[in-house]
Write a protein that binds this ligand. Sequence first.
Ligand SMILES: NC(=O)C1=CN([C@@H]2O[C@H](COP(=O)(O)OP(=O)(O)OC[C@H]3O[C@@H](n4cnc5c(N)ncnc54)[C@H](O)[C@@H]3O)[C@@H](O)[C@H]2O)C=CC1
Ligand SMILES: O=C(O)CCC(=O)C(=O)O
Length: 421
Amino acid sequence: MTDTLNPLESAQEKVRIACEKLGTDPAVYELLKEPKRVIEVTIPVKMDDGSVKTFKGWRSVHSDAVGPGKGGVRFHPDVNMDEVKALSLWMTFKGGALGLPYGGGKGGISVDPSELSERELEQLCRGYIRGIHKYLGERIDIPAPDVGTNGQVMSWFMDEYAALNGGNMDMGTFTGKPVAFGGSEGRNEATGFGVAVVTREAAKRFGIDISTAKIAVQGFGNVGSFTVKNIERQGGKVCAIAEWDKKEGNYGLYNESGIDFKELLAYKEANKTILGFPGATKISAEDFWTKEYDILIPAALENAITGEVAKKLNVKLVCEAANGPVTPEGDAVLAERGINLTPDILTNSGGVVVSYYEWVQNQYGYYWSVAEVEEKQEADMMKAVGGVFGVADEFNVSLREAVYMYAIKSIDEAMKLRGWY
Ligand SMILES: NC(=O)C1=CN([C@@H]2O[C@H](COP(=O)(O)OP(=O)(O)OC[C@H]3O[C@@H](n4cnc5c(N)ncnc54)[C@H](O)[C@@H]3O)[C@@H](O)[C@H]2O)C=CC1
Ligand SMILES: O=C(O)CCC(=O)C(=O)O
């Protein structure tokens, strides 16, 4: 069995199946199978050694049927146009599932940010915005962080955007900014917070007791680390974490009685890696995938769980915190083996939910406390979880199929109202 590793093909297939199950007008799939626009830019950067290097970047708006494009920007050496298109398609459906007033967008630059100096990285960020700024705006397309980007990157984006637009400080043009520069309390942790909410609800649905469950997380970046923190906050424990290191490759950490989040974070901050953490035993990547857990949470990149990996998993539930971590073949094997799954566009929607709150707060100029943000986020996500579980029960479909079916209704309605078909 060969895995479908092109994320665009895999994303399109999910939309096609949802349209088929719902019996939508053929125009709906036709309008949603490809992004509305994709911009490609070549960004020149004067490097610290005096040479000039160019980098390829993209920004895709998949749909603006419901509202402006919305979604993160990824800095990673493997970023390519098809990946950016797929990620923007997933954003359309994530926004739809959560009832947000947005379409889907995503951007990326093919670069390893760890190989650039801070000055080079800033120049790259400013060059990217110079290339795409005419297509950005609070009501046009709103970037945010994703893999390899953070609040500092959003701050450079915002500063360059303002400089190019006569000092325009429409702060809602970018979300995921630091709190000191128009960000929202709770945004940095929001995706992991939401993953923990969905994991808890799925555990209830599938009869797993979260307080005694053995949980494993792949990736200890923004999403993975705050997932571990929030699972601990709700009384659960993570006993295995997988990471990747340039020299070491893939590896895992394991501690049967639970890996302490605070200690691990402090170790990472001091050492810039979790490799060598004394509170757990180092295990191989193979051992990470084959050990017995109740819940497995992939929170790194696409295509982590292929058909082959899915065959050797020893778990009851997979909660997709990353975008597209399970290939269609992986999905089929999980289903055959009776392993339940919560889909990415529901599980990791907490980031864009709190990005929405940031955008709202920016326009009001009135800011909420972290407790208010978490309360609203939990309520909004619980509504989506209830809606998706309801569709799954009503149509007797998987949660993956259910989330696309649930999301597509409002997008379809908006496209029809706008006279697109
Ligand atoms: N940052 C956000 O708000 C959101 C992110 N996501 C998705 O979550 C995933 C992770 O994103 P972030 O945490 O923001 O990125 P990040 O760059 O902060 O962290 C990614 C982590 O995964 C690790 N990693 C990479 N390859 C790995 C492998 N093969 N095995 C184990 N670890 C590996 C990296 O070393 C890094 O620590 C991505 O799929 C992203 O699109 C989804 C929703 C929102
Ligand atoms: O916060 C956002 O706007 C989007 C985050 C993101 O890129 C994602 O959910 O995949």
